[in-house]
Design a protein around this ligand. Structure first.
Ligand SMILES: Cc1cc2nc3c(=O)[nH]c(=O)nc-3n(C[C@H](O)[C@H](O)[C@H](O)COP(=O)(O)OP(=O)(O)OC[C@H]3O[C@@H](n4cnc5c(N)ncnc54)[C@H](O)[C@@H]3O)c2cc1C
Length: 413
């Protein structure tokens, strides 16, 4: 792997930038692998990376039906934070945030982590009490957060309309912020490829060849591939592939939309979320306003949402920031997210002996990519769930021991 550094930038610039090699290899699919990972999103690629790095397993393929990051990992609004309620969730999401904090060095790739602070506005006395409760709860789990006053919010976000939806203050996680989503995908792909993992794009999984209760081989649009163990991280298509393998998942697929404005001068330093309007917004380094809100509430596999959601999002943004009415919307898009009843991921074993799963992140799995990869890699390498993944097994839907993070995940990502 060629190293990225200030000196290498200078050297390449002096040679007219003609000597850069591709960041990852473009290999042919081999007839068999020890581990095959389905889905070339952030979770699949991070799994491959940590399998190689933490467990020394490199005879691995990642199969992606389109291009890497072409699913939700390249379509999300890039918000990261770890303010989840239950101790199991807090431990997992904070592991992800800590791994993200070290990822640029670990991957030798600038993922553009910007810990600009994640702010949830407080609109009522009831929300204030709930936020105080949450801050205390997070402190018990070792997670930083605080409540800031109305005056502080006004100073930090001067363009915010404080009276339309009255703002009493805000919940703030300072370590929260944003990360460039493509960079996460490319960084993990580059790191995995350099360690010997084959990343095979335009390779759709079409079916499974079983031997007893194991997957012996995978049928793909590029031919058959035999496998030792299989990891599945296909987000909005999890129930489709589970159906192919012969079991059911409590997952439904929904469109989730996002949109960006034309670039404007820097006016918004923080990530702001309003439960009152259901909208969240931040400004990218390029100056675009990134906006998102609720799920489209019908099931769909179309990566295309409704105008109703766009209208609702824009109306709410203009209520919060009347001055943004002057900016133009540049583009909008949608991904297909995998929603489960308790808004917590499903990690670990499945009813098929050699198939392990990572799905159910719904609207909030980007922030969890390094943890999701670490935990799935552990299961694939050892056959056992990672201690941090114990509570997120598929079996919790039988025992009804759910980890209900609906309030923490919801629309807030
Ligand atoms: C608009 C939007 C905004 C979001 N905002 C945030 C946010 O701010 N913060 C946050 O934490 N999360 C956010 N999310 C959620 C987050 O993007 C996802 O939870 C996360 O990216 C899931 O990663 P993944 O690797 O599991 O899935 P994906 O990135 O979707 O990757 C799955 C891959 O599997 C591939 N695949 C599917 N079927 C097959 C097949 N048959 N064969 C081979 N490959 C297949 C797909 O092509 C896809 O590339 C958002 C999502 C959307 C859509």
């Amino acid at each position: 792997m060629q190293s990225y550094s200030f000196m290498s930038l200078v050297r390449h610039a002096l040679r007219g930038n003609t000597g850069w090699r591709p960041a990852w290899r473009d290999p042919q699919l081999k007839p068999s692998y020890d581990v095959v990972i389905l889905g070339g999103g952030g979770h699949g690629l991070a799994t491959a990376y940590y399998l190689a790095k933490n467990h020394g397993i490199t005879n691995v393929a990642v199969l992606e039906k389109g291009w890497i990051g072409g699913g939700n990992s390249g379509r999300n609004t890039t918000v990261v934070r770890s303010d989840y309620m239950f101790s199991e969730s807090a431990a997992m999401y904070d592991l992800a945030l800590r791994l993200y904090e070290g990822a640029a060095r670990d991957l030798n790739f600038n993922i553009m982590l910007s810990q600009r602070g994640y702010m949830t506005l407080i609109h009522s006395q009831h929300m204030l009490e709930a936020a105080q409760h949450k801050v205390n709860w997070l402190a018990c789990n070792g997670i930083d957060s605080e409540i800031i006053s109305r005056e502080r919010v006004q100073r930090m976000v001067p363009l915010l309309n404080m009276s339309r939806n009255p703002v009493l203050g805000a919940f703030l996680q300072r370590r929260g912020g944003t990360i460039r989503h493509d960079a996460v995908v490319w960084g993990f792909a580059r790191g995995a490829s350099a360690r010997g993992v084959d990343i095979v794009q335009n390779c759709e999984v079409l079916g499974f060849e079983k031997s007893g209760n194991r997957i012996a081989a995978i049928e793909t649009s590029r031919g058959r591939v035999a496998c030792g163990t299989v990891g599945m991280a296909v987000a909005g298509h999890s129930s489709v592939l589970a159906d192919m393998a012969g079991f059911r998942l409590p997952v439904t697929s929904h469109c989730l939309q996002a949109m960006v404005s034309e670039p404007i001068r820097p006016v918004l330093d923080h990530m702001v979320m309003s439960p009152g309007t259901g909208v969240y917004i931040n400004q990218t380094q390029k100056g675009e306003l990134v906006m998102g809100s609720v799920l489209d509430l019908y099931h769909s596999y179309a990566q295309r949402g409704t105008f109703l959601t766009i209208e609702k999002t824009i109306t709410s943004v203009v209520e919060m920031f009347p001055v943004f009415a002057q900016t133009r919307l540049m583009r909008h898009w949608s991904g297909i997210v995998d929603v489960v009843p308790d808004s917590s991921p499903i990690l670990g074993p499945t009813p098929i002996d050699n198939l392990y799963i990572n799905c159910g992140w719904g609207t909030g799995g980007f922030k969890a990519i390094p943890a999701g990869g670490t935990l799935l890699a552990h299961s694939l390498a050892t056959g056992r769930p990672h201690p941090l993944a114990q509570r997120f097994g598929l079996d919790r839907f039988r025992s009804n021991r759910l980890v209900d993070e609906g309030a923490a995940s919801g629309i807030a990502h």
